[in-house]
Ligand binder design. Structure first.
Ligand SMILES: *Cc1c(COP(=O)(O)O)cnc(C)c1O
Length: 454
């Protein structure tokens, strides 16, 4: 049996309709810089950073060496009741780069866990301080926080989450401003309406609400929806006013992705809890973190017999190999001025998008730093989408694959999340390939739809 046959016979892939995989299998064998190579030797731009992770490219010397060196000492020891050297060093570094409100780091292995931990901490915080009726959460419509049941409960993307309805804990959902889909396309109006909706909800229910979960500045999996200026800081003000903990999800946006170390810095927002993951190890190893304030930490600190302990942990939490990769990653952020570079190169990217935005089936291009989405529509004037069955963005991504570029859409939105190390030349080539695929697929689909309608 060859590898492709084995993959079809034994694997079940995450977030994948396996019928799609069987029709278009792909096995990656190696990577170097911002490209990966499959088992047949075909090269692809890693235009989605291996699903939103990669920072400096693959086989980055400093990261490779850090992991190799750690292997000479120890690969893993537990964080339950004790710690290790890199996990401790890393915690200090992470607190130094975080918003000022955050002073403690709790490790886990994935973004979903980091969010779930934040939710459990927020819940138990109020229990520990005796405000026992604060048990519910507000989350934002169209939000995505990962795939474990707790993270799904505070998520709100029907196509992924609806089937699990009866398994989820109940909460409140508030609207998110979507400027492109707002009747006036006025960012301020759409922001103010969303904040009013939230305030109405808080006014009525704040006494039973423990926390609010929200992605930072941009909804990722929900379609790269950039929040209008003043929205996130408006949410912060309302959380403070109504005594609700603000849980910010920086899993996708953290570590330079949007042109700030953390996206909440765009509006100087200081959360009570914050989840991060993805870029933390430069895309090398599974490490995630939940940041908290000292105030929340102290509510759990007491004699054991008071049972205020946070009874939560995972086997590989604080893994040394992951932590040394993260330390080497943060060192490179400093040395190569990654955050400033993203800000600069984003302008070039913005110009490149300007050159394709007039294409007939590109409805909207949204960008915050290196986090971008291109929304494909059937009718540009009315914003009418392509029919669900036509799967245009998926088909476009297959075309891109053929042309030597990997990405993965969310709905009708082509996602572009290149590694932060991509040069302007790389960005140019990648946008060119995406353009070619989008034109070819959307015009083909539109012709078919028109033919069927006539
Ligand atoms: C990817 C993502 C998660 C989940 O992270 P995993 O590591 O895949 O569990 C959570 N929140 C946001 C905003 C994400 O983009």
């Amino acid at each position: 049996m060859n590898l492709i046959e084995k993959s079809k016979k034994y694997l079940w892939l995450p977030f994948t309709q396996m019928k799609d995989y069987d029709e278009n299998p792909l096995i990656i064998d190696s990577g170097k810089g911002i490209k990966v190579k499959d088992i047949n030797g075909k090269e692809y731009y890693d235009a989605f950073s291996s699903v939103w992770l990669n920072v400096h490219g693959h086989r980055k010397q400093e990261l490779d060496e850090a992991v190799r060196e750690q292997l000479n000492k120890i690969a893993h020891s537990t964080l339950l009741g004790m710690t290790n050297v890199p996990a401790t060093e890393l915690a200090e570094k992470l607190v130094k780069i975080a918003p000022d409100s955050l002073s403690r780091v709790f490790y886990s292995d994935s973004g979903a866990e980091a969010v779930e931990i934040a939710v459990k901490m927020a819940y138990q915080y109020w229990q520990n301080i005796g405000a026992t009726n604060k048990q519910k959460f507000i989350s934002v419509k169209n939000g995505y926080h990962g795939d474990t049941i707790g993270a799904v409960s505070v998520g709100a993307i029907d196509i992924f989450h609806k089937v699990y309805g009866p398994l989820m804990f109940e909460g409140f959902k508030t609207t998110v401003p979507n400027v492109y889909r707002h009747p006036t396309e006025d960012p301020e109006k759409s922001r103010d309406e969303a904040l009013e909706t939230l305030e109405t909800l808080l006014k009525e229910h704040h006494e039973e609400i423990a926390g609010l979960t929200i992605e930072s500045m941009i909804q990722g999996a929900g379609g790269m929806i950039v929040m209008p200026e003043g929205y996130l800081s408006g949410v912060r003000e309302l959380c403070t006013k109504y005594n609700v903990l603000m849980i910010i999800d920086e899993v996708a946006t953290g570590f330079g992705r949007t042109g700030k170390m953390f996206a909440c810095e765009h509006e100087d927002v200081e959360p009570d809890l914050m989840a991060a993951g993805k870029g933390i190890t430069g895309g090398y190893l599974p490490v995630a973190i939940t940041y908290t304030t000292e105030n929340i930490y102290e509510a759990f600190y007491d004699d054991y017999t008071k049972l205020k302990t946070f009874f939560h942990g995972h086997s590989y939490t604080g893994n040394q190999l992951g932590c040394v990769a993260a330390l080497a990653n943060l060192k490179l952020f400093e040395k190569d001025h990654i955050v400033q570079q993203v800000t600069q190169k984003s302008e070039c990217l913005h110009e490149l998008f300007g050159e394709i935005s007039s294409l007939p089936h590109i409805g909207d291009i949204r960008q915050l730093g290196f986090m971008c989405g291109i929304e494909l529509v059937y009718d540009k004037a009315t914003k009418e989408p392509f029919p669900f069955e036509s799967r245009v963005a998926y088909k476009a991504s297959l075309k891109m694959r053929e042309l030597g570029l990997l990405t993965r859409p969310t709905g009708d939105v082509v996602v572009f999340m290149p590694p932060l190390a991509s040069t302007e030349e790389d960005l140019k080539e990648m946008v060119q390939i995406m353009k070619q695929a989008i034109v070819s697929i959307t015009s083909g689909e539109a012709l078919q739809i028109a033919a069927a309608n006539s």
